[in-house]
Design a protein around this ligand. Structure first.
Ligand SMILES: [Zn+2]
Length: 436
């Protein structure tokens, strides 16, 4: 009977493209207390594929979120009781929460109608980007970062106030069910274009910003139209679908935290960069790699700021600077609403996982500062973060981003803003004029 669960239901839905329903599916928050309990949960994760683990059981994880069908609930609970692992149910009926997440419609040609208490689908986000280009023709350029398996363009925008600036690159929505990621990225764009705050305006004008809210467009559309819990892209493999695009980059590919099983949510693909999304985006990145000072990737959930690498806990490259800058930024993030993020490299903060975008960017493009945010929440709603948390999430992230830039400058990174260079040149010219 257990087979008649998530996978089969998903298959039926994939074949017919009818919306997958999660009636009486429950979200568990599970608290392993010691190595033995972590190990039995890892066993469950590896062997019992009917459970959808939203994060990995490790000693560093405070909790593990598991989604269970109503059919499998009693088996899961008796297993947890037998192994003496504490747990509670955070959402009894996941479908109820999904039904509440009504997706808003953005009104074309009214950029102010993008609100921060609703999630938007791909068409809405792309229409908004186009309207921004019309509203800010001297600052905004539409850019294409590549193409998806199903032929959709990976659309983004470049914000630039002139030539000669160093770049900040932002990537969102690589895991399609993490809807808060594109919502955060869109908010950052909006702040950079419309805020009156002095520091935000300086950040907007000092750098060229390359921003892609949804780099897995096929998966995002599928998550909106068919299966809210979809994570991967949509390439078919027999009866299975999708590659985890954040395990497909050519950096220690398939070494850890990923599998060669197409049925898995962590399927790494048939080879490094086998997927058009990761391959084309990386090719785009190569064209501007030497300009990028800061690279940010947005995921959910878990209140974490991660940095490379995912294959080792060794403090490689400029680990200590990156950690110090990151921790200060997370201090700023906590001020507004008291949300506490932990900072660490992927391997130490979550688990060994390779083939992700940030590792490739650090390894192959040598970008000085590279981070991945695991946004709200703390495992209560997980990927189903309620709309009323979008704005506070976005505000605290924006606070942290400004502090990240501030601290990066203090630590000697990102210090060559053009207006500083210009003032320095003026000063030198004045001195020369005075002397001679
Ligand atoms: Zn993710």
């Amino acid at each position: 009977m257990k087979i008649l669960s998530l996978n089969v239901i998903l298959l039926i839905a994939c074949a017919s493209s009818e919306k997958v329903r999660f009636d009486n599916y429950s979200l568990y928050k599970i608290f392993p207390q010691n190595e033995q309990q972590v190990s039995v949960l890892q066993d469950l994760y590896n062997k019992e594929t009917q459970y959808d683990f939203w994060n990995h059981p490790t000693m560093s994880a405070e909790y593990v979120n598991v989604l269970s069908s109503p059919l499998d609930r009693s088996r899961l609970e008796s297993f947890l009781n037998k192994t003496d692992i504490k747990f509670f149910i955070t959402i009894a009926n996941v479908q109820e929460i999904i039904d509440r997440q009504t997706v808003a419609n953005y009104t074309r040609n009214n950029i102010r109608s993008m609100s921060w208490n609703r999630y938007y689908n791909l068409d809405n986000i792309n229409a908004w980007l186009e309207d921004l280009k019309d509203a800010y023709p001297n600052i905004v350029t539409l850019i294409t970062g590549g193409q998806s398996y199903e032929g959709r363009a990976i659309k983004g925008i470049k914000l630039s106030h002139g030539s000669g600036r160093r770049a900040i690159f932002i990537e969102g929505g690589i895991h399609s069910r993490e809807w808060i990621s594109p919502a955060t990225v869109c908010y950052i764009i909006n702040e950079l274009l419309t805020s009156d705050d002095r520091e935000t305006k300086a950040a907007a004008t000092d750098f060229d910003w390359y921003i892609f809210p949804v780099v897995n467009p096929d998966g995002y559309v599928w998550s909106h139209e068919v299966d809210r819990m979809w994570r991967k892209n949509r390439r078919p493999f027999g009866s299975e679908f999708g590659v985890d695009l954040n395990r497909n980059w050519n950096s220690n590919w398939l070494v850890a935290g990923s599998t060669s099983n197409p049925a898995s949510n962590n399927f790494a693909g048939l080879g490094p960069f086998s997927e058009p999304e990761s391959r084309s985006l990386s090719a785009y990145l190569r064209t501007i790699g030497d300009q990028i000072d800061l690279y940010l990737s947005f995921h959910s959930h878990g209140h974490l700021l991660l940095l490379p690498f995912g294959n080792t806990t060794e403090p490689l490259a400029n680990y200590w600077d990156a950690i110090n800058i990151g921790k200060r930024a997370m201090g700023a993030l906590s001020v507004r609403y008291g949300t506490n993020y932990a900072t660490g490299n992927i391997a130490e903060a979550i688990y060994l996982a390779t083939g992700g975008s940030i590792d490739w960017v650090k390894e192959h493009l040598n970008v000085p500062l590279v981070y991945c945010y695991e946004l709200r929440d703390d495992g209560t709603y997980g990927f189903l973060l309620p709309e009323e948390q979008i704005l506070p999430n976005n505000e605290e992230v924006m606070d942290s981003l400004l502090e990240l830039i501030h601290q990066a400058k203090r630590f000697g990174y990102m210090s060559n803003a053009p207006h500083l260079k210009a003032s320095l040149m003026t000063l030198v010219a004045l001195i020369l004029a005075f002397v001679f």
